[in-house]
Design a protein around this ligand. Sequence first.
Ligand code: SF4
Length: 375
Amino acid sequence: MAGIYIHIPFCKKACYYCDFHFSTNWKVKTELLAAIEQELELQRNYLNGESVETVYFGGGTPSILTGEEINAILDKINTLHHVAASAEITLEANPDDLDAAKIKELRQTAVNRFSIGIQSFFDEDLQWMNRAHNASEAKSSIMRAQDAGFENITCDLIYGYPLLTNKKWKENIQTLIDLQIPHISSYSMTVEPQTALASFIRKNKQQPMNEEQSAEQFQYLIEELSKANFLHYEISNFGKEGWLSKHNSNYWFGKKYLGIGPSAHSFNGETRQWNIANNYKYIDSLSQKKIPFEEELLSPVQRLNEYVMTALRTMWGIDLKKIENNYGKEFLEEIMHTAEKYIDKQWVTNNEDKLILSKEGKLYADLIASELFIT
Ligand code: SF4
């Protein structure tokens, strides 16, 4: 079973913190959608005939597409691949796009899961981020989607930025719990170098992020969502039983995925490849039936380190037997030697041959993973 990711690189506004590939110029939208279909054709054998279990429209802002445009892409995928009847088909959507007409249109597609970029339920915070939606749209978009029968909804929230008091953070979380959202992804605000936010901080127009505040808000998030019966199944992801994201889980379990569109990444079990992050060059190259990508053959050590990094972030942890069987005893011993320090600190537990982060260890996931890397 494999997944397909479609990158739609257009947004209405540039959020100040964002370093994804997108453009606010939509002039070439039609050409880009044609190029996406062309790339799907050219990559028809990439998944080696494996059945497709998940399709994920990400971006950018895929909810700017019409139902007809989404259907055209899904039809193309269906002609080229066997898509499982129970496939999870996710559309990332921004609240300002989810008006009644759009939701009605989306009911006519096979999309069965929304990932809504809420980020906050406070106007001042949304303006500070330069989001295209406001607080009232954040709430009404969710309710409209639910009223139309979409149950499988995940919402994004951001924490750890100067404007977000603990009081507001509690309200943001509580609002999603009250709305009975079954899945939440939540990220600490990170300052990526090429963003407007980084530039504001460099020019002293903006305070830097505060790590202590971020850690406190993360802990609060974990506690509240655990009380509300969410499984904390990956550092940034929480879902109720039966509502975990299949698409993301497949990434973490190392399954194959095909990424289509500018900047999209693909993985076939051995190599990783990524498309050019430029809409015009992408369209131009596909018009000549060439996929503009770079590729990296992953060495066993790289694959092991990727496994360590992704598995440690999940509730299933690092499977020590798997490391021994797939990579050998020597690497296993090296990892265990480093892990002892964190087991002693009680940041990591070793249960039934699985290394799993403790509550405190979750605050240091990246540090611990990088220390466990084989060099
Ligand atoms: S809507 Fe999403 S992809 Fe677009 S600029 Fe904002 S954060 Fe980035």
